[in-house]
Ligand binder design. Sequence first.
Ligand code: GLY
Ligand code: MN
Length: 460
Amino acid sequence: MFAKEVYIRRREVLLQKMREAGESGLILFIGNVEAPAQYKDNCYKWRQDSTWLYYFGLDEPRMAAVLSIDSGNQGIFADDVDIDDIIWMGPQESVASKAASVGIYQTGPYDNLAGWLEHNVKGRKVHVIPPSRYYNTLKLAELLPGVQPSESLIKAIISQRIVKEDIEIAAIDDACALGYEMHSVGRDSIKPGIIEQEIVGKMEGVTISKGWGVSFPTILTQHGETLHNHLHDKLVEPGKLMVIDAGAESNMHYASDFTRTYPTSGKFTTKQREVYQIVYECNELAFSLTKPGTTYREVHLAVARKMLEGLQGLGLVNGDLDEMVAAGIAGLFQPHGLGHNMGLDVHDVEDLGENLVGYDPDQQRAKQLGLGSLRMARRLVPGHVITDEPGIYFIPALIEKFKKEGLGGNFVNYAKLESYYDFGGIRLEDDVLVTPTGARRLGPKRLPIAPDDVEAAMAR
Ligand code: GLY
Ligand code: MN
């Protein structure tokens, strides 16, 4: 946990933002509860709600809190342990002491929350966020039937959480150090003849031995054209490309998220290297353009242009670059956005609404394939932590759809593309902090990414 003062300050800032938005009443936060996997006492791995962690730090189930916007009063509802709990879990700190450790001095039992709300709401507005878990949806419906998420609260939280404090940046650097180690182990384990799962196991072992675990289910595949391929059952074959998109979550619950693509034999074929070089240059271009004042939408579109330029060099598309960007031709090859926010969640704060998190009020989300999937389009400010993850994928079904429906106009060389149907995909992802003067890649070291450096690392 951070120091008590961090949580006190964060809640003060939130209350102030709500007052400035002209709001009054109460804010109710509900933390997560244990989620049974097969039966009540065999649960999924415990993970606290990220918004709760941000404002209250307490990493335990069955806690709720009420803040008064008007008076500033704050209280936590949670249960002290009884002898049954002590038998199974050992002695525990009291709720009063845990709450005091984050600057809250009024507490009550968890099940008193309903009665407390009944007696104290008195017609006042209760602001809540959309729950990230179904249990909390049910709990909210039980506590406050018909309550709707508060837009002012959502906006206030997003504005706070997507601009990272220095202590959070240090925590993300730590998560990235773990992600670096995880990926290095993965890269060094690639060997034709083993099952993909063996590599995944070694990588995830790093995250568990030094952190909380993975920040999302590991993507490791020789079918990188499937963007989120979570199957790891294939034999590693020579001559293939392996996409590894994986991240570690630190014990402080901050995420990292890196992607590298490796030639399974240790050396790229000429064809692989040509496409890899384009993705690599797109990743570098995005980083060079990332600075305060620029929108990430602009960076995404500059990358789309660069990608099409490279693909034109390979004879896969042909036409005026700006016209191709406008026609959305890049989406055929990269049907996802350039990046997303990252912090306590790997797609940070997206549970509060993807568009509210990733778009400024004057920005509209596009409908076009690729650009429409851009999760972070905002005008960049220092403190934004985002991913830079261009990719080129050859998805036979998508290419066939473009061809059949004429979606590529006259820009796409379908005949030549057929020789890429078994190519797979390439994605290269770094985590980036927007600084006052530009950007910095997060983590102590950058994973090898230039094609020669990748081959050299694999040779070692
Ligand atoms: N790295 C997984 C994702 O960004 O969705
Ligand atoms: Mn990502």
